[in-house]
Design a protein around this ligand. Structure first.
Ligand SMILES: [Mg+2]
Length: 342
């Protein structure tokens, strides 16, 4: 099965409410969608959003990377195309869009469903977290309560540079939502000292993890935090690739790793990290950017395939869309995700 053509479009889906973190404010899920067509007529889609603040890529740079790669991929067998793709020098999100389409085509080539391809045995439902955007205290409490009342029990709280606000919000949510599981994401907004001040300030609170408090490249600081913290530390922006994951684990710089297709370069690369985590007995979060439905869909297959390793699922993009998309093989009932067909 050879690749015949690769085309792309730019898509956008309006969000119910703006998504706000320490790094950015987003009103739409905007992404490039690639369509890879093979000589036997089969085809598959892949997607990549622009997250300039994180991967450095824009919609334009993703498009031009795909355009530039096209001639080296067309007329190749899928396996060969994957090899060429991952040797190429381009952004990780552009790679992820093509990689996921290639993986779906590999499954088609083997005449396997994606469940068979990923060897998914246990199809019982999983829970995603839901993101609570960075806002003033009262608004964050209201948003968190609304989410909890709508059945979302795992809340991912986005905090910003103001460490006093961060401590107060955490204490407030801990007090008001005793039954919720709280995941705290600082998106690199704090210094080492501020992080220690935060951890001191919230010692009485029950939080499940603290994600990427310091800058991505401050691994020594992250390690120090991990050593001192009784709350598990999750590395996000610090880990893009398999090599990054191995380094963080070897250093003991974090307790857990947040794997996202857009950072590592796609499904095949995410699987390498997941296999490594499984071997090392480490747990991960499987996350995403604000992404389109096809990329969330394939990530959900990974969540089911690696449910022993994936302790938290941060795949709430479809819940943020104004309307639930048709492209998913899954149903979201609040935060509960199950297969459309068992
Ligand atoms: Mg994060």
């Amino acid at each position: 099965m050879k690749i015949k053509d690769i085309t792309l479009t730019q898509e956008k889906i309006r969000l119910k409410t703006p998504f706000i973190t320490a790094l950015r404010e987003v009103h739409y899920a905007e992404f490039i969608r690639v369509k890879v067509v093979c000589d036997d007529g089969s085809f598959a889609y892949g997607e990549a959003p622009a997250t300039k603040a994180i991967t450095g890529e824009t919609l334009e740079s993703i498009s031009s990377a795909v355009e530039a790669l096209r001639s080296s991929l067309v007329d190749k067998e899928i396996e060969d195309a994957l090899e060429v793709l991952h040797k190429a020098y381009c952004g990780s999100s552009a790679k992820a869009a093509l990689d996921m389409a290639f993986v779906m085509l590999l499954a088609k080539q083997k005449k396997q469903t994606l469940c068979e391809f990923f060897a998914i045995k246990d199809k019982s439902a999983l829970q995603t977290d839901i993101t609570i955007s960075l806002n003033e205290k009262a608004k964050m409490l209201q948003d968190a309560k609304d989410a909890f009342d709508a059945g979302m029990k795992i809340l991912k709280i986005k905090l910003g540079a103001d460490i006093i606000h961060a401590i107060e919000v955490t204490k407030l949510l801990d007090k008001e939502l005793r039954e919720a599981e709280l995941l705290i994401d600082a998106n690199q907004a704090w210094s080492l000292e501020e992080t220690l001040q935060y951890l001191e300030g919230i010692q009485e609170c029950r939080i499940a993890l603290l994600e990427q408090p310091v800058k991505a490249d401050e691994l020594e600081a992250l390690k120090m935090i991990t050593q001192k913290s009784r709350v598990p530390i999750l590395a996000d922006e610090a880990v893009f690739t398999f090599e990054d994951a191995r380094k963080v684990v070897a250093m003991g710089a974090a307790d857990m790793i947040n794997i996202k297709l857009m950072k590592c370069g796609g499904v095949t690369k995410a699987m390498e990290i997941l296999e490594y985590a499984r071997k090392k007995g480490r747990t991960c979060m499987l996350g995403s950017m604000i992404e389109g439905p096809y990329s969330i869909n394939i990530t959900l297959y990974l969540a089911f395939a690696y449910r022993d390793v994936v302790k938290f699922i941060d795949l709430d993009s479809p819940l943020l869309y104004e309307k639930l998309p048709q492209e998913l093989d899954f149903i979201y009932d609040g935060a509960t995700i199950s297969f459309k067909e068992q």
